[in-house]
Write a protein that binds this ligand. Structure first.
Ligand SMILES: [Fe+2]
Length: 391
């Protein structure tokens, strides 16, 4: 335990946060160790607070717990990294990267870039850092973000998803960055058409169909002309619509003939397209998209990779809006080792009334087990950064 007091620690790197009213209940085992303001362990995980009076006293004196994070970085308050100047809140960082990606793809589509390999890999590295910083918040953003045009958000979030799978498979940084760069540029060959299709609910015209079938080839041509010389990058882009059964395009190659990175991009691309709403339809809730990915796409995608994808995201990926056995509703914020019991920030009580603050609930208890899945409300009472503990 640090010699410093928790009060000052909380101010400096927030490794500890104050336990809020409602997070601990009388008669229920504590989900974490709790500490007093002077860093002394008061009660161990699993201890039951037996009376209301005891609980009141503890809360009045100040009760702290360690902030559990999947990343190793401390949680910084919303603001900027003093060295890099980048946003420390991952949701703010997403916004910065989205703007960079927006400019990059537009210039690339207009033929104004001649160093696409350098720029694309730099962007890929920044995206990889975002996943390293807080993969759960990044996943949350991928499911909840409605601030950006689909063409750009789809490119960015599918790329981030490929990195999560690549990590799980043990692909090294260089391969993952190439895959990320390929994922963000794979559809550059139909950049303008993609923008039209976002609002088109009518069936595709013959001309559009032809353009779609040809876009992997056009994308590689644009990339080559813009300075991309990396064969794996170009090949992933060329292969990202091929299918295991050979029914894909543009070449109809099958089975072992295509790269694992291209299969990962294909899965991330399908999944993110399913969870994203368009102007004419709502997106699927993450669990339904995962089921669909696994159940209905036989022959199209690599099932083994799809299983890895589901294990990585969990049955209720961060960003899913769920109801608990207690009747409370909230957002999944963090994955745990248990795919069916992530950590949830509840924002509404069983009586339907919003809470003053999001409350974190581990869901591995009977009382707080996840019981249902809902569409995310269009308006949340807190900023995403706040729900994920960033301000
Ligand atoms: Fe594509």
């Amino acid at each position: 335990m640090a010699a410093q007091s928790i009060g000052s620690l909380a101010g400096e790197d927030e490794r500890y946060i104050k336990v809020r009213q409602g997070e601990v209940r009388v008669g229920e085992p504590l989900p974490w160790d709790v500490f007093d303001p002077n860093d002394n362990l008061l009660l161990s995980e699993g201890t039951v607070v037996s009376t209301e009076k005891q609980l009141e006293r503890l809360l009045a004196e100040g009760l702290y717990r360690r902030l559990r994070r999947t990343n190793r970085e401390s949680v910084a308050s919303a603001g900027r990294d003093p060295i890099t100047g980048n946003a420390t809140n991952p949701f703010g960082r997403v916004s910065e990267l989205m703007q960079r990606l927006h400019g990059f793809l537009n210039r690339l589509a207009s033929g104004e870039v001649d160093d696409a390999e350098v720029r694309g890999l730099r962007l890929a590295g920044a995206l990889r850092n975002l996943v390293e910083r807080d993969a759960d918040a990044t996943l949350g953003a991928s499911h909840l973000d409605r601030d950006y045009h689909y063409v750009y958000s789809h490119a960015l979030y599918s790329a981030l998803l490929t990195d999560l799978v690549g990590r799980r498979l043990g692909l090294d940084e260089e391969r993952r960055d190439t895959m990320l760069a390929a994922a963000i540029t794979a559809n550059i060959g139909m950049h303008r058409l993609q923008q039209e299709l976002v609002s088109q609910s009518a069936p595709l015209t013959q001309e559009q169909r032809k353009a779609i079938q040809g876009h992997p080839l056009v994308s590689t041509e644009i990339l080559r002309r813009s300075g991309v010389t990396s064969d794996p990058w170009l090949e992933i882009v060329l292969q990202h619509h091929e299918r295991l059964d050979g029914e894909g395009y543009p070449r109809g190659i099958a089975g072992d003939d295509f790269l694992v990175e291209a299969r990962i991009v294909a899965i991330a691309d399908r999944y993110h397209a399913m969870v994203s709403g368009r102007e004419y339809r709502q997106g699927l809730v993450p669990r339904s998209a995962l089921k669909k990915l696994f159940m209905e796409d036989g022959g199209a995608i690599d099932n083994e990779l799809a299983q890895i994808f589901i294990k990585e995201l969990g049955f209720f990926p961060p960003g899913s809006f769920v109801t608990l056995a207690s009747g409370e509703c909230g957002l999944v914020v963090r994955r745990t080792g248990d795919v069916s019991a992530p950590e949830v920030a509840v924002i509404r009580g069983a009586d339907g009334q919003p809470y003053m603050e999001p409350l974190l609930r581990p869901t591995n208890t009977e009382r707080h087990a996840i019981k249902g899945l809902q569409s995310t409300p269009t308006k949340l009472p807190f900023h995403l950064g706040h729900i994920w503990g960033y301000d």
